[in-house]
Every structure is written in C-alpha cells, then in structure tokens.
Design a binder for this molecule. Structure first.
Ligand code: NAD
Length: 475
C-alpha cells in the first residue's frame, strides 16, 4: 500500500546494499511505513556524473520531444492519482482529499512546464550598423540540484522537476527523507514515460552532507531550495562559492488584514479554511490576523466556530478534515508557541493542546489578546495556530503587517477597490491575495521578498529561473 522506496540514479533504482538507512513514520499512527536507503558519497558522485551526461543529451533534445515525454509523465501521474495520494497521506498526514488535489496539481505543474518549454523565446535587437543582427537566445543553465521539504511532497518537487526539465536542464533532487514516497512515485512516472537516463536523479540521505557535496561540485550550475530561512541562507552561501544561481522559497508569516467594509463572517470562513489547510504547515499559510475594530468580534466568533467544527483524524479516515502534524518537532513547536502566548496574557479561544495520545495531532487553535511581540506573532508558526488581533487605521495596520523580516504572502479582505489598490501597493510581500487566498497556480509566479527568499517558481518566471541568456551578434 505504501511506496517501494529507492534512490534513482542514472536511470536505475537502488536500495539497500549495506548503505545507511532510516525509517519513514506515519504521523497519524507513529508506526513505521518503510525503510529509506541513504545515498553515500560514491552514489552522489555517480548522480553528478549521470546528471552531466543527462544534460548533454536532454539539452540536445528538441523542446517538442521534451514536452512529449513530460506530458506523458504528467498523464501517468494522473492515472496513478489515487495510489499516489494515499502514499502522500500515509507519509505526510494531510487528508486524502487534500492529497488528491496536490497530486492533480503536481501533474498540472509538470504539464505547464512541458508546454512552456516550447515557448522559450529569444529576441532580435536592432543593430547600430546596417546588416548587423543582434540576437538573444535562452539556454538551459546546466545540471541543477534541488532540495524539497516535507509539507508538500508532491507539488514542491513537481515545481523543481518541471522547471529544470522543461527548460532543458538535468536535475538531482533530494526530496524530504520524512516524506519520500510521493517523489519516488513521480520520478517513476518520468522513468515509465521514457525519460533518458541521467536527466532526473533522486537521492535521500543526511541533508547537510548531500547539499554540501552537490553544491560544491563544479557540475552543478543552479540550486533550488524550499524550506526554512536559516537553511536557505546556508545553501545560498554554499552556492555563492561557485557563483551558482539560486532560487530560494523560504518561510513566511503572512498577515491577513480584514477591513470593516468586508463581510466579517465570509472573510473568517475563507481565512480559517486557508489557515487549517495541511494543518497550517504551508509557507503561505495565513498566520497573523488583523481585523478592524468594528468587525473583530463577529470575525473571531465565526473563526472559532470553524475551528471547533474541524474533524481531526487519520487522513485516510472518512470525514477527516484535518490530519496530524507531519512530525513530532511541530508538536513541540506548537506547545512552545501556546505556552509563550499564555504566559504573556493571551486568551486561548479554542484548542491550545495536543489531541489524543497517538499520532502527532494538535487541536486547531485560536488565540486572542496576545501582545504583538509574542512568539506566535513574530516567528513562523507552521502549524494550526491563528492569532487574531484588532486594528484601527490603515497606516497602523500596514506598519504592523510589514514589521517582520518575512515577505512571502499577504492577504486582505475589503469591499473597496481603492483600499484593495492602496493596501496591495503598501504590503511588503511577494504575493498579495485580495478577498482570496488562492495565490498559487502553475501559471503564476510564486516567490517572496525580504528574508522569504529570492526568485520565483511557476509562471514564465519559473522556467526562466533555469535558463541563461546568450547574446549572439552577427556582422
Ligand atoms: P529544518 O529547517 O531543519 O528543515 C527544513 C527543510 O530543509 C527540511 O526539508 C530539511 O530536510 C531541509 N534541510 C535542512 N538542512 C539542510 C541542509 N543543510 N541542506 C539541504 N537541506 C536541508 O527544519 P524542519 O523542522 O524540517 O522545519 C522547520 C521549519 O522549516 C518550519 O517551521 C518552517 O518554518 C520551515 N519550513 C518551510 C517550508 C516551506 O515550504 N517554505 C517547508 C518546510 C519547513
């Protein structure tokens, strides 16, 4: 029922053979699902050599043919949606309904990049002298290395695999050791679709060792990472040694600003649905709620009702609307945030504690009356915590929303187009949702400002991130 885990190097599946390994745990039951083989230094050297050979071949493959293979892989992922979604839920915890959406979107992302790779256009720039033709062409940067986390085991690898392969690069991806099965199955779809060997390689192991070896290799020309700010800064420094380009999708602390001219109940429902998706383990999760004073009580009431009505349980069980947290580190973190808020005088309107005594469940939690500088308002919670504060004026709320070093997503609810324009100009965030939390699609650029990262995935920007421009001047 769970995945057949293995490394994938140079077109071959590799497991065991005396290598180190670790257990993959089901967060709903705390029981082991499978054993995951780690790549050693020699395996990584093989992957690097394979990615260099794979790059030569893939780069020389016409975008039309590359797109055909990628579309086939996307179709295979769609055909296998149900078993892959179950694997995703088993290893990560989210409800299988959410997992199905994630697998379907992963296929869409791969298809989008497959198609967009056929439109990687250059341009002609008029020469200063008659008869001179100046052209720019887009070339793939080379073999790439990517590192993905455990919260979206399908969508995040899909963005990196799609971007790299769609632009003609080869890739070594290290997916999360805690949620490896989904990526194994996506890579299997590429294998079955006839991807030439070496173009895509999948490894697991000790993250710091793998990133150090891959990023310091001259073979790797680009690094893409999704994860926490400290790890992102560390990998960016490693990449700088070789002047390698980076895409960094890091953490956030997304404010939600609800003005009095919005419908407080409707805004609360949309915001709460976004908050508790994937148990809050989402980098663009709404995390600080600022509600204008006249709407505050109604917003809080509806938000608390929504939280109380969620059904916690194993993601595979019927009716589950929120699964467990993905690992025990998140449980400890939630307890720390809540204890700090309580100590600082906050009121816990609902939740605030672990749920049950098996699995990493934490109750959906709504916090009010906390000071602005308490931990849940300043550090990324990455869990089902919703602190809700009051505000009075536009300028005051903009200053509070922009006060943190993060700048990933921000959301606002308002009935006024003028307020929507003013606030979306004023917010320091890479993505702003107005009356909507739907800011992530395959077609649109996804990325942050400030310490939330650098570069974009998705949209034409996501493809450009894996290409470099070359100028050709013909006299
Ligand atoms: P973490 O910071 O140790 O790890 C985050 C991710 O980075 C994991 O997938 C991990 O395998 C990887 N990683 C860690 N060190 C690495 C290295 N030296 N080289 C390559 N990869 C490395 O901690 P964590 O407990 O897994 O997560 C904690 C925090 O990370 C969360 O609270 C959240 O803020 C952030 N996070 C963000 C995202 C995101 O989507 N942006 C995803 C997962 C975690």
């Amino acid at each position: 029922m769970y995945a057949d885990l293995a490394l994938y190097i140079d077109g071959e599946w590799i497991a065991g053979g005396g290598r180190d390994s670790e257990k993959v745990i089901n967060p709903a039951t705390e029981k082991p699902l499978a054993t995951l083989t780690h790549a050693g230094a020699a395996d990584l050297d093989r992957a690097l050599a394979a990615a260099q050979r794979g790059f030569k071949q893939w780069r020389a493959t016409a975008p039309y043919e590359r797109a055909r293979i990628m579309r086939k892989a996307a179709d295979l992922i769609r055909e296998r949606l149900e078993p892959i979604a179950r694997i995703l839920t088993l290893e990560q915890g989210k409800s299988v309904a959410e997992a199905r959406i994630e697998v379907a979107v992963s296929a869409d992302i791969i298809e989008w990049y497959a198609e967009e790779g056929r439109r990687s256009y250059g341009r002609i720039i008029p020469g200063r002298v008659q008869g001179v033709r100046q052209m720019t062409v887009q070339e793939p940067v080379g073999p790439c290395a990517a590192f993905t986390p455990w919260n979206f085991p399908g969508v995040t690898p899909a963005r990196k695999i799609g971007g790299a392969l769609g632009s003609g690069c080869s890739l070594i991806i290290k997916a999360s050791e805690e949620t490896p099965g989904t990526c194994v199955e996506m890579v299997r779809a590429f294998h079955d679709a006839g991807l030439p060997k070496g173009v895509l390689n999948l490894v697991f192991g000790v993250p710091a060792r793998i990133s150090e070896q891959l990023i310091s290799s001259p073979a790797i020309r680009k690094v893409s990472f999704t994860g926490s700010v400290p790890v992102g800064k560390h990998l960016t420094k490693l990449a700088a040694e070789g002047m390698k380009r980076v895409t960094m999708e890091l953490g956030g602390h997304s404010p939600v600003i609800v003005f009095d001219d919005a419908d407080p109940e409707k805004s609360a429902e949309i915001a709460a649905a976004g908050k508790f998706r994937n148990a809050g383990q989402v980098c663009i999760s709404p995390t600080r709620f600022y509600v204008q004073e006249n709407s505050y009580d109604r917003f809080v009431k509806r938000f608390v009702d929504y939280a109380k009505n969620l059904k916690l349980g194993d993601g595979l069980a019927d009716g589950t609307t929120m699964g467990p947290l993905a690992n025990p580190r998140r449980l400890d973190a939630m307890e720390g945030f809540v204890a700090d808020a309580r100590k600082r005088g906050a009121e816990i309107r609902t939740g605030g504690a672990r749920h049950g005594n098996q699995g990493f469940f934490f109750a959906p939690t709504v916090i009010t009356d906390m000071p602005e500088d308490c931990r849940v308002m300043t550090e990324e919670p990455f869990g089902p915590l919703a602190p809700i504060a009051r505000f009075k004026t536009f300028d005051e709320v903009v200053a509070r929303a922009n006060a943190l070093p993060f700048g990933l997503a921000a959301y606002t609810f308002t009935g006024s187009t003028r307020t929507a324009n003013l606030i979306s100009d004023a917010l320091e965030a890479g993505m702003v949702g107005v009356n909507s939390l739907g800011i992530s699609t395959p077609e649109t650029p996804f990325g942050g400002m400030k310490e939330s990262g650098y570069g974009h995935e998705g949209g034409i920007e996501g493809l450009e991130a894996y290409t470099q421009k070359k100028l050709v001047v013909q006299a």
